[in-house]
Design a binder for this molecule. Structure first.
Ligand SMILES: Cc1cc2nc3c(=O)[nH]c(=O)nc-3n(C[C@H](O)[C@H](O)[C@H](O)COP(=O)(O)O)c2cc1C
Length: 243
């Protein structure tokens, strides 16, 4: 793989970020920065701007922190983290978020309604409900419609319930990535984790049944021994193609 030679600016940040599994317990940790980085994370691009995400902060002072670290299979990244951030996908909030977008568009164009506004309102008022509603056999119906329409013209094929869930998690993961880069830019390290007991974590945080945990991010000042080995990536020639 060609080295990223530019060690400044954005490329420097990308180069410097590593998943760190052991965090310093002694140096000060600014928990307010976590809040600031999360507020930047919600600027991440997301599907239909539905913003189907939530972020639960569990700082070291929280009575839940030790319990949560145990539910992260006692991974060192979790037990030594100064704060854990639980990144949650809320597919179930689609109606509320679609309405927020709908209302926003209505307000923005209220003095001069345009064709564009009508299209946007129809998108949030009609198309999104068709995609996100749940009825018996609805996935099959949507897939069949997409197939039939697709015979005539290009058509989005990812319309099943599984596709919708994947779409929500895609967007949530982009916010998670934005958060990790923001933390690195502020001088802190992170470790994204999917090694946790989702059922018990949901119970611990009293999350509703429709919530799905996307990942849990351990935060802190990384110790050198917390980086487990050199960075390894498959050669770019094997993953980046020009057609
Ligand atoms: C979705 C996701 C889940 C991960 N889960 C864990 C985990 O449970 N425990 C862990 O130590 N690292 C976990 N990682 C970190 C990866 O192992 C790490 O990103 C990868 O080895 C590349 O190393 P780097 O992040 O230092 O570049 C996870 C990363 C992602 C993106």
């Amino acid at each position: 793989m060609k080295e990223i030679n530019d060690k400044t600016g954005f490329f420097g940040l990308v180069h410097a970020r590593r998943s760190v599994r052991i965090f310093d317990q002694e140096s000060p940790f600014d928990h307010e920065l976590v809040q600031k980085c999360l507020e930047a994370s919600v600027l991440a691009p997301n599907s239909s701007n539905l913003q189907l995400w939530e972020f639960y902060r569990v700082p070291e002072s929280s009575p839940l922190k030790v319990k949560l670290a145990k539910l992260c299979m006692k991974q060192k990244a979790a037990t030594t983290a100064r704060e854990l951030v639980v990144i949650v996908a809320r597919r179930d909030l689609w109606k509320i978020r679609a309405k927020a977008n709908y209302d926003h568009i209505q307000e923005r164009f209220k003095n001069a309604p345009t064709h564009k506004q009508k299209q946007a309102l129809s998108y949030f008022g009609s198309l999104i409900p068709k995609l996100y509603s749940k009825y018996p056999l609805w996935s099959f119906v949507k897939k069949t419609i997409a197939f039939l329409v697709g015979l005539q013209r290009p058509m989005v094929r990812e319309v099943s319930e599984t596709d919708v869930r994947i779409s929500v998690h895609k967007s949530v993961a982009l916010a998670a990535m934005t958060f990790m880069y923001a933390m690195k830019a502020e001088g802190y390290d992170t470790c994204p984790m999917e090694g946790f007991d989702a059922l018990r974590v949901k119970k611990l945080l009293q999350l509703p049944s429709g919530a799905e945990i996307n990942m849990i991010i351990a935060c802190g000042k990384g110790l050198p021994e917390g980086v487990y080995g050199d960075r390894f990536r498959i050669e770019s020639e094997k993953v980046i193609f020009e057609k």
